[in-house]
Design a protein around this ligand. Structure first.
Ligand code: BGC
Length: 747
């Protein structure tokens, strides 16, 4: 075992300070001054996040107005009528006892009106700049409706594509997720929280929601200390370092404690370790759901658990509102605890400048669907799309070919927006069929299946006839928006309905098939991969999906996305992720035994077998980081500035990347490292850097990464954070399963 070099010896001191950690003395003074004037009712009110249905018609319910007048509400979610926003804020700031402004919240996840690709798609762009600018557009648009708080970004590491909410996640890797996390925060919040276009962010779901056992939503998570620190927390740390003002607890329990009542999580980790000084909001009813979890016996007990844990604001359920006074009387909580919860909320309201400027700026139009917003949405869709297969360079398509456009998602303006797009208007969505018409493409369109789950073969013959009279088939299928997202986990993740059957029928025509997938998760393709010539994964691409797909299919642009999650061959491989541990019997091609190669009547033996499935092997269909473009690249000459790394000296790793094709192209150069032996076992590879480069045809470039000791630090089971002396492997390549290898020693 190596010597543990404790770089920073104490777990709680080792986390760096960051910009938002320095409390502003004036704000603290104002907060405390205000607190001293507040009645208990008003304090309880601040802890209350009240929902109204977005569909409320007619006038505002009197009961709601009175609650605001009495100071009994701290914030609202889903008030989508701007007159209501204005009226509620007016009452709060002119008629309530201490005139404390409200905050209006909404799930603005990947766009407000202009919808960008789903977050998993944005993650496939590996481009923090696209994430930041698209989040900025979302904030500009949404804030014009008075929304100054978004329940985003979702930062749950997800390693199981059955989980419906993988669509909203940044994927499986903590490094990539952390890069995107800060970009989201900067984009949503902007440069100044007081700016009327700033929307405070909410890093969610804290913690472990993506680790739901079996990928079933809301399910139990079991996460050891090491994984929590090295995999699940880093994207949140990045969010707090970038100044995220709020964080949302998750629905799930981790290791036996539901997040909304987990004091160690909300106090020791969130406040003490991560120095978070904004406020914590529960998820929808997650306080009272602690009863079903078996962690609270009734609403009052649930309130006590949440308050004690340090959960500031309760979303929708009313356990705090109804029970704080009783709990205080019984001595189960103290007014000091309540004060401290209120202070965190007021601090954020002051930081947002709401006491001076509470009202929606009526001149701020949000520039909904502005030309530049749409252009960015198209760019994001192109950067997010991953080309998985391109046999004989069938893509880009030649313009003079006649095309059969077939499939249930070729012309579905609502579906291409994806999950969490309550405000996106399908009438503004441009579908592939719309674009093909506009661009005067020679094509015949037949949907053949009315929706992705359709099981009627009624239109198959027509589809086959259309295919026969065309040169090439573009099949646009996948999952409708409702098949991923919250509470929409799937046990099978192939193309739903009978899309596979239709593809097989179409393949019999002998025409080439380009499969374009719109979906909220990786889709298993093993049954049909040999029937299609190209596969372009566009996730749910958003408002501008059509023009983006047109540009990519015809080669005006090349798809630029790379997988932010490992793509399985079959669902039984899940959970599947590249940065796994090696095991004592690592899988290898030399020792792989296929199920059909086992002699009938074979004697029981484990020898010769490794960590694999007899029927599905051990490799994914497509590895993490994978994606093709319209040209090819070669990697050569990996060089290290030194093969010795020390505390005072970083090393540089360099390769030569060449565009070997005849077209200019974009390559995502990825750096992976392996800590070979540790005081606890380490992953087989970990992403430590990436660079997107543009190379002209035949051009070559040196690509350089710096590795410092800081890049290699990790938490062991004793929660020491540091690097251990010993050997490291390093790879630079185009995905997690390839790359040129070298090694160095840390001494
Ligand atoms: C989801 C959250 C969301 C909240 C408010 C919950 O069901 O889990 O992610 O922010 O609803 O809409």
């Amino acid at each position: 075992m190596k010597n543990i070099q404790i770089i920073l010896c104490c777990f709680f001191v080792c986390i760096g300070f960051s910009q938002n950690k320095v409390k502003n003395a004036n704000v603290e003074k104002e907060v405390n001054n205000l607190l001293s004037k507040m009645s208990l009712d008003e304090k309880i009110g601040q802890l209350n996040l009240r929902g109204t249905s977005s569909r409320v018609k007619g006038s505002l319910p009197e009961e709601l107005k009175q609650a605001v007048r009495d100071g009994k509400v701290g914030a609202f979610l889903n008030v989508m009528n701007t007159d209501y926003v204005d009226e509620l804020q007016r009452i709060a700031t002119t008629e309530s006892p201490n005139k404390i402004p409200l905050i209006f919240a909404r799930d603005v996840i990947h766009g407000f009106k202009t919808i960008f690709p789903i977050p998993l798609g944005l993650a496939a762009s590996w481009n923090p700049e696209i994430v930041e600018t698209s989040s900025r557009v979302a904030a500009v648009e949404a804030s014009s409706s008075g929304i100054r708080w978004t329940f985003a970004p979702m930062l749950d590491i997800a390693r199981d594509s059955r989980w419906g909410r993988i669509a909203e996640s940044p994927g499986e890797d903590p490094y990539l997720a952390s890069q995107l996390s800060s970009a989201y925060i900067k984009g949503f919040q902007g440069e100044d929280l007081k700016d009327p276009t700033s929307m405070i962010a909410c890093a969610k779901h804290f913690i472990g929601y993506g680790a739901a056992v079996g990928g079933r939503d809301y399910n139990t998570a079991i996460i050891n200390k090491e994984l929590l620190q090295n995999v699940y927390l880093p994207p949140f740390k990045a969010a707090f370092d970038a100044g995220s003002q709020t964080v949302m607890t998750s629905f799930n329990e981790t290791n036996g404690i539901p997040a909304s009542g987990d004091k160690k999580l909300l106090q020791d980790i969130l406040r003490d370790q991560m120095k978070f000084d904004g406020f914590v909001v529960s998820d929808w009813n997650s306080v009272i759901e602690m009863i079903a979890h078996g962690y609270a016996k009734d609403n009052k007990h649930a309130a006590e658990r949440g308050l004690h844990a340090g959960l500031n604001m309760e979303m929708t359920s009313t356990a705090y509102e109804n029970h704080v006074k009783e709990l205080l009387k019984e001595g189960k909580i103290s007014e000091k605890e309540i004060n401290s919860l209120v202070v965190d909320i007021l601090r954020v309201k002051f930081r947002m400048g709401l006491f001076k400027n509470p009202n929606r700026d009526k001149n701020h139009t949000g520039k909904l669907y502005a030309k530049e917003h749409l252009e960015l949405a198209k760019k994001a869709a192109i950067e997010s799309s991953v080309l998985l297969k391109n046999k004989k360079n069938i893509l880009p398509l030649k313009k003079n070919k006649s095309i059969a456009v077939i499939g249930p998602l070729a012309d579905k303006p609502r579906e291409q927006l994806g999950t969490w797009t309550f405000d996106g208007d399908k009438n503004h969505s441009v579908t592939p069929v719309n674009t093909f018409k506009q661009e005067k493409v020679d094509f015949n369109f037949i949907e053949a299946l009315d929706f992705s789950r359709d099981t009627s073969t009624k239109k198959f013959q027509k589809a086959i006839a259309t295919a026969k009279k065309s040169d090439v088939i573009v099949f646009i299928g996948g999952e409708e928006a409702i098949l991923s997202g919250e509470a929409h986990s799937r046990a099978n993740i192939n193309l739903p309905g009978i899309q596979e059957k239709l593809i097989k029928e179409l393949a019999k025509t002998g025409k080439s098939i380009v499969l374009v997938i719109m979906a909220g998760r990786p889709i298993t393709l093993s049954n049909i991969i040999d029937d299609v010539d190209a596969v372009l994964m566009t996730w749910h691409p958003g408002t501008m999906g059509g023009p983006a797909i047109y540009d990519m299919l015809f080669g005006n642009k090349e798809p630029q996305g790379r997988l932010p999650v490992t793509w399985p061959k079959v669902v039984g491989q899940l959970p599947l992720y590249y940065n796994h541990k090696n095991t004592g019997r690592p899988a290898s091609k030399d020792e792989y035994v296929h199920i059909d190669d086992i002699p009938v009547g074979a004697w029981q033996s484990s020898l010769g077998n490794t960590s694999h499935y007899l029927d599905a092997g051990y490799t994914p269909h497509f590895p993490f980081g994978y994606g093709l473009g319209y040209t090819t690249f070669s990697y050569k000459n990996i060089k290290l500035s030194s093969n010795k790394l020390s505390d005072s000296k970083s090393i540089e790793v360099e390769v030569t990347v060449k565009n070997t094709g005849s077209r200019d192209g974009v390559e995502l150069v990825q750096l992976y490292v392996q800590d070979v032996v540790g005081s606890i076992t380490r992953p087989v590879k970990e992403l430590k850097g990436f660079q997107k480069i543009v190379l002209k045809a035949k051009e070559e470039k040196q690509v350089k990464f710096t590795i410092s000791v800081d890049d290699l630090k990790y938490y062991n089971n004793d929660l020491f954070y540091g690097v251990e002396k010993g050997d490291f492997n390093v790879w630079i390549g185009s995905n997690a399963a390839s790359g040129l290898k070298s090694s160095f020693v840390y001494e």
